[in-house]
Ligand binder design. Structure first.
Ligand code: PLP
Length: 758
């Protein structure tokens, strides 16, 4: 079935109508796109039995060309054809814009899940929105984050326009949601679909001055941006408009497809499984009940059908992130849903008298997660610790009411993108040592343990890491004109910017090191400290942390004594493309969230798989990583989640005491408002961050500071003093990464929640 080099050459030249050697990169890219579309279409198979619909506000899918070529088994022959024509695969990859359909871990998880579903030959489609400009494109100017639209749609993109439109009623007006279909290829598997909805009336010209636009012009703005600024009421209402467009069009699609396959509506759960990814798609529950009622199904039965069909994934224990909408907004935007939501609230109240479990609270706010837990058959957390915390504290009342609904599904990542595509050198070496089985059976990576004491293998791992560092250094030079040494430990913290993820703890470490180096206490090895992170446009303190990091970077770079040992680099516009360059080059992976706050993390898994060691707290999936590799092969520090939870309950944390009681902490924090920083940075931002750290510090940076400095120093010393020992630890991390394949995660969802057909 696989195509030969000659066949591929012919297909491409038929498409371009000339010799490949005379084509532009753009022409070749388009010809490849056409070829991939045809090949993936051929792998669509009719569905029997239950089919999954994964509804999510985000799908952070990354560039698709190479990923699809790998999955279709075409990558190597295509590369050969291009090379024979004097073209480079990497130049062709550059032509493709990264789809701006997601933001962080939750969206990337959805993308990994689609890959694994197709790879495991399971029928599972995505449902989401076709954003034109994504979250935003980030650049740094004058030491602050600058936000611009992130356009990716062009005449030829992977999402194909269809003739299908569904009417969606918003605030009494009918909008037409148009369906676009994007093919999702599996590795040696079937092709599924990502269904994306959009309006034909979107007007990109209303965006001005960065990412500003009139939030009330719904027909023009609805799918312009992901997570539009919700710091004002119009923004919050806009989010409801978006969510309802997604779930109403999605519900219509699901019913239509199911009926076409023979579903009689009463038996919907035999045809469809719906996974609600976080609370953004929660309105699919009342919307389906409403649509079923319109077809003559009684409320009580509709509730049962929907409960049997839907399942919910919880992604956070941060209370402020659990969506609760003022009822007034829903009354205005989706009045047709409110009678259903009210009946659901009554039903929920008949099951439990506990006011904390109600859907509509006494302040007339609608709790989306509560609706999900009452009216789906499964609520899952995304790592073992996270699920335990949900059961024991955050959602304890619900757990007592519905113990059978709660279950854990530890997140995972697809090894096709996060190993085969992003680290071809490591992939090739692994094939040589342990064969190719690990690509489809991730546990086969354990075979690598046989080489733990094989010097040749360890040397090869060192050489690969060095080449990947060089590639990252070259990329940083090309894209940002930043020069970094490759003779240093690469320490990377890349993820959304959030106080709970504690980039500010890393910031304080860098300041501490600055002082230590100035005092002649030199570190064991030079270090390049690399960040990648977008801050939500309205999140002031997050932006102050970015500013402080950019400023520290300049202060250090200007000091020849310090810059020999320490360099701080902030990668602009962190996205999947950047992640694929950064992760294979990393030595030390920073996973330093305040214990109990990171639900799982998936960045931690990607770094591990690419042979980086984790410096982290006992949080999220770090706990499971640590169980897999053993305490000798990971650098753990800081308070435990139990300690943190108790401290929150007692409400006795006082940042000021830590600041005043510890000269090292005081020195690092006060540096923010000292002359070195003030001369380079902005007084307002630095002062605000300084004040935040000593007066609030919600995420308890200061109590973990000393433990963090010590543990990081140990890692640096191990790296410098015992390189063979270090590389052995890396080998163990790669070998033990098997359980973090999203193939394992999806197999568990299927066995325990979905029970999909073939
Ligand atoms: C994996 C990934 C994330 C999630 O990272 P965490 O460290 O788990 O928060 C965010 N953004 C991108 C681009 C990713 O690839």
């Amino acid at each position: 079935m696989n195509k030969t080099v000659e066949q591929i050459k012919e297909i491409l030249e038929t498409e371009t109508k000339k010799a490949l050697s005379t084509c532009t990169d753009q022409e070749i890219y388009l010809a490849l796109l056409k070829m991939v579309e045809k090949e993936s279409e051929a792998r669509k198979t009719p569905v029997k039995g239950r089919k999954l619909y994964y509804i999510s506000a985000e799908f952070l899918i990354g560039k698709l060309l190479s990923n699809n070529l790998i999955n279709l088994g075409l990558y190597d022959p295509v590369k050969a054809v291009l090379e024979a024509a004097g073209k480079k695969m990497s130049d062709i990859e550059e032509v493709e814009p990264e789809p701006s359909l997601g933001n962080g871990g939750l969206g990337r998880l959805a993308a990994c899940f689609l890959d694994s579903l197709a790879t495991l030959n399971l029928p599972g489609d995505g449902v989401g929105l076709r954003y034109h400009y994504g979250l935003f494109h980030q650049s740094f100017q004058g030491g602050v984050q600058n936000e611009l639209p992130d356009p990716w749609l062009s005449e030829h993109s992977w999402a194909e326009k269809t003739d299908t439109v569904y009417p969606v009623e918003l605030a009494g007006r009918t909008y037409q949601a148009r369906l676009y279909k994007l093919a999702v290829t599996g590795y040696e598997g079937r092709t599924n679909t990502l269904n994306l909805f959009d309006l034909d009336t979107i007007d990109e010209t209303i965006v001005h001055d960065g990412i500003l636009f009139d939030k009330t012009k719904i027909d023009k703005n609805l799918t312009l941006f992901l997570y539009p600024d919700d710091s004002d009421e119009a923004g919050r209402r806009l989010r409801i408009y978006q969510q309802y467009l997604m779930v109403s069009a999605g519900a219509q699609l699901i019913l239509e497809e199911s009926v076409a396959r023979g579903c009689k509506l009463h038996d919907l759960a035999d045809y469809a499984a719906i996974q609600i990814n976080d609370t953004h798609p929660s309105m699919v529950i009342p919307e389906l009940i409403r649509l079923l009622a319109k077809k003559g199904i009684k409320f009580k039965e509709a509730v049962k059908i929907v409960t049997d069909t839907c399942a919910y994934t919880n992604h956070t224990i941060l209370a402020e992130a659990l969506e609760k909408w003022p009822r007034e907004y829903l009354d205005d935007v989706v009045p047709q849903l409110m009678p259903v939501i009210e009946e659901l609230d009554q039903l929920a109240r008949s099951r439990s008298k506990d006011e904390k479990l109600a859907i509509i609270d006494k302040d007339d706010r609608v709790h989306m997660a509560h609706m999900d837990i009452h009216f789906t058959h499964s609520t899952n957390g995304v790592a073992a610790l996270h699920t335990e915390i949900l059961k024991e504290s955050e959602l304890h009342g619900f757990y007592e009411l519905y113990p059978e609904k709660f279950n854990n599904k530890t997140n995972g990542i697809t090894f096709r993108r996060w190993l085969m595509e992003c680290d071809p050198l490591l992939t090739e070496a692994l094939e040589k040592w342990i064969g190719t089985g690990f690509k489809k059976d991730s546990n086969e990576l354990e075979k690598l343990l046989a080489y733990e004491n094989d010097e040749k293998v360890l040397e090869e791992l060192t050489r690969i890491k060095k080449e990947n560092k060089q590639a990252l250094a070259d990329w940083l030079w090309e894209t940002q004109k930043v020069k970094i040494s490759t003779d240093a430990l690469y320490d990377i913290q890349s993820k959304r910017l959030h106080e709970y993820k504690r980039q500010q703890l890393n910031l304080l470490y860098l300041i501490h090191q600055y002082y230590e180096i100035k005092a002649g206490h030199l570190p064991a090895a030079p270090m390049v400290s690399i960040f990648g992170a977008k801050a939500a446009p309205a999140y002031i303190i997050a932006k102050d942390i970015i500013h402080a990091l950019l400023t520290v970077s300049k202060v250090i770079a200007a000091d020849p004594e310090v810059s020999r040992w320490l360099q701080v680099v902030f990668v602009e516009n962190y996205n999947v493309t950047a992640a694929e360059k950064m992760i294979p080059a990393c030595d030390l992976s920073e996973q330093i969230s305040l214990a109990s706050k990171e639900a799982s993390g998936t960045g931690n898994m990607k770094f591990m798989l690419n042979g980086a060691l984790t410096l982290g707290t006992m949080d999220g999936a770090n706990v499971e990583i640590s169980e897999q590799v053993g305490s000798d092969n990971i650098y753990i520090f800081g308070q435990t989640s139990d300690q943190v939870i108790h401290r929150y309950e007692a409400a006795d944390y006082c940042a000021k005491q830590w600041y005043e009681g510890d000269p090292n902490i005081r020195r690092a924090v006060d540096f923010l408002i000292g002359d070195e920083m003030m001369n380079v940075g902005q007084k307002e931002n630095l002062t605000r961050l300084h004040h935040e750290l000593i007066s609030k510090d919600w995420f308890q940076t200061l109590p973990d500071f000393n433990a963090y400095v010590v543990r990081k120093g140990q890692a640096l010393a191990d790296y410098a003093v015992n390189p063979v020992g270090w590389r052995k630890k890396c080998l163990v991390n790669i070998a033990k990464a098997g359980m973090f394949s999203s193939d394992r995660t999806i197999a568990q969802y299927n066995e325990e929640i979905w029970h999909l057909g073939k």
